[in-house]
Design a protein around this ligand. Structure first.
Ligand code: SAH
Ligand code: SF4
Ligand code: F3S
Length: 451
């Protein structure tokens, strides 16, 4: 008998940020350790999982549309297990089952490991797992990319940004033990990973709460330890908070060979009164001062950001201040969001100074124009340079070309013969705001310090 026919199959749909993508890798790793295998389609799966996000209203509605499909599958095959994990589930808790009675298991982001408990129990009743347990231990993962790995260094967030649902969905901040992080990076290196991205809601608050051997540690110390792992060529992290961005972390970019020349430094707004209403705990000057420090120590560093437009009370003058920071900094890229009121957050209760929809849309258009123009201008500095690229696969738009990323985190499409996972040198010929184009240099060798 073909044993593979007896194996149960799973299907995972992921919404949201890198944190969720990584949690999904861990769900998949755990399911495979329970002898499940991946199904191509939801309709072929015995366990259908959704890993959800609730950061903006659009994230909620997109997911609810997907659930409708799962409901139909459940009707046709009632033995199918429907599971909902992640931030949306956590924010609703047991209400998930009231709103969607066909869901069998629901769990928050910190309870991925409980999925195994549910699947191996004989439980016939729906179960919800929504505790916060701090860092919930090491789980196997099934990486989407062979040569790039995510490493979670903390869970939760102790900030109080007035617009943000994440402290509710991921709980209080808790750092993962220092040695545990380093061991995971060593394991990944042993499996052929060349680039790691350290993940946390506020990575540079890492270690303050650690009471393990030696007490508190700093994020800069962690960067140094990860940089020291043999085989890891590139280290990235996301996201730091401007209030905690200290000189030691910026110096790590200048001094540690594997720490990449890219910093994602979320701005949110360029206006001090709006930053105050957002409870970001830094002002415009402090933010610009962080950028100046980055430029001083790492002049060529790429800087990207997140910006919210239309926060309650944002006037045209406040918005102009945001545009002005974008002009001054010249971001290499930015994620721009229209403010979305979230249940249970302070900003959702504000009733004064609400920005009308048309104004939000119009400001967004103006913001995107500035961001893209500056990113396009900034990208021209790469033209004519020969830069190290980590090959990811074939180009999405032209299968005869390859695709990869520079240390500055710019996507590059290029002609060449390299294999995924290789570091090659690419002569950059053209640049747009989003991508670079070029050709593999057969003369220059990666790691030879060009770029
Ligand atoms: N912890 C990270 C990421 C948080 S979520 C950080 O602080 O940088 C990613 C981004 O989503 C935020 O930076 C913010 O720009 C945006 N965001 C969060 N809540 C939002 C809301 N209610 N409306 C619009 N954008 C939001
Ligand atoms: Fe949300 Fe602020 Fe924490 Fe980021 S730092 S997750 S925006 S509360
Ligand atoms: Fe990420 Fe969305 Fe949760 S952005 S932290 S999955 S609310």
């Amino acid at each position: 008998m073909d044993l593979s026919l007896m194996q149960k199959r799973y299907h995972v749909t992921t919404f949201g940020c890198q944190m969720n993508e990584h949690d999904s890798e861990r769900m998949k790793g755990m399911l495979e350790s329970l002898d499940y295998r991946a199904a191509e389609e939801q309709a072929d799966a015995d366990v259908i999982l959704f890993n959800t996000c609730s950061i903006r209203e659009t994230a909620d509605s997109r997911f609810v549309a997907h659930l409708g499909h799962a409901k139909r599958v459940k009707k046709e095959r009632p033995e199918t297990i429907i599971g909902v994990g992640g931030c949306w589930a956590q924010s609703l808790k047991d209400e998930v089952f009231q709103q969607f009675p066909f869901v069998d298991v629901a769990f928050g982001p910190g309870q991925v490991h409980k999925l195994a408990e549910f699947l191996t129990s004989d439980s016939l009743t729906a179960q919800g797992y929504f505790e916060f347990e701090g860092f919930a231990g090491d789980l196997p993962d099934k990486r989407t990319r062979e040569h790039q790995g995510w490493v979670q260094i903390s869970v939760g967030c102790n900030c109080n940004c007035s617009y943000c649902i994440v402290p509710q969905t991921r709980g209080r901040e808790s750092s993962r033990p220092f040695d545990g992080v380093v061991r995971e990076v060593e394991r990944l290196a042993g499996e052929g990973v060349r680039e790691v991205t350290l993940l946390g809601q506020n990575v540079n608050a890492y270690g303050r709460d650690l009471r393990d051997a030696g007490g508190p540690r700093t994020f800069a110390e962690l960067l140094a330890a990860v940089d020291g792992v043999e085989g890891i060529e590139r280290v990235r992290y996301t996201s730091p908070h401007p209030k905690d961005m200290k000189e030691d972390v910026i110096l790590a970019h200048a001094q540690l060979a594997s720490v990449c020349e890219h910093i994602h430094l979320p701005l949110q707004s360029g206006s001090t009164p709006i930053l105050k209403a957002m409870r970001r705990t830094y002002n415009r000057e402090r933010y610009l001062d962080r950028v100046a420090l980055i430029r001083e120590h790492v002049p060529d560093c790429a800087i990207t950001t997140d910006i919210i437009v239309g926060f309650p009370g944002e006037t045209e003058e406040d918005f102009q201040l945001t545009l002005d920071v974008c002009e001054q900094v010249g971001y290499d890229g930015a994620f721009t969001f229209v403010f979305s009121p979230r249940r249970g957050t302070e900003a959702a209760l504000i009733t004064e100074g609400l920005v009308p929809h048309e104004v939000k849309v119009e400001r967004m258009e103006r913001l995107v124009e500035v961001v893209q123009r500056r990113a396009h201008e900034r990208a021209q500095r790469f033209v004519g340079r020969t830069m190290e690229v980590l090959v990811e696969g074939t180009s999405r738009t032209d299968p005869s070309r390859l695709r990869g990323r520079t240390r500055h985190n710019k996507a590059v499409n290029f002609t060449g013969l390299a294999q995924p996972g290789e570091l090659v040198m690419v002569e950059i010929e053209r640049a747009t705001s989003q991508t670079l184009a070029g050709a593999e240099s057969l003369l220059a060798r990666a790691g030879a310090g060009v770029g």
